[in-house]
Design a protein around this ligand. Sequence first.
Ligand SMILES: [Mg+2]
Length: 258
Amino acid sequence: MVDSQCKLLDYDVLLVDMDGVLWRGSEPIAENVSALKRALEQGVTVVLVTNNSTRSRRLYSFLVEKMGLPIPSDRIITSAYSAARLVSRLHGGGAHVLVIGEHGLTEEFVLEGHLVLTHSEWREADYVVAGLDRKLDYQTLSSGVMALRGGAVFVATNLDPTLPMENGVGVGSGGVISLLEKASGHHVDYVAGKPSCVMGDTLEKFVSKGKTLFIGDRVDTDMEQARMLGIDGLLLSESPIPTSEEWFCTSKNLSLLV
Ligand SMILES: [Mg+2]
């Protein structure tokens, strides 16, 4: 597919990655934000999709509203929300969950009606759900390991090994997961973020609304999720990737595509 065919207004639904599309670090990417604003004004459904589990959908909705994108929290899909929905599908409500992660992850499980355990309650865990925790401590990790050795189901928010930071990279969720796997001998049972079947199930209700495009800046997560969903993909990249794939195109930004 050539870039000129990848017009945003030709789609009913846009699934949009956040980091690298809406902002880079704390800097908004103005041309992409204004293009999405125009798409919203024309009635296109915009759904934001991120592997970042540290913030809640409620907080993301507040942050993008301040940038001029009125997107309610039910159109924001984080790996934390995807993980909480997965546990609801597997268990129903009221699962006992040991969370290793930040506030955004805990909040989505509470909103889904699950019981988030304290770390001293690890014996009661039906599930260990782990993601990025920038204040991770030894006791928390050890509680997770003991719960996994005791037979809890292991859910990862995502497996991204590193986290882009202003001065290089930090340990990503995947690093935390590897540590838990190594110490418990229990391999992760489910991955909730991009790319995964679990995220595919979480996004299906939007994809079923009509012609859908996935916009992102990474081939291994965003474009792979698009391929798994059987929808078109738009990769934002400084250097275009030549492809003969009918479903895939690249562009530097979104400004020429509305
Ligand atoms: Mg990204």
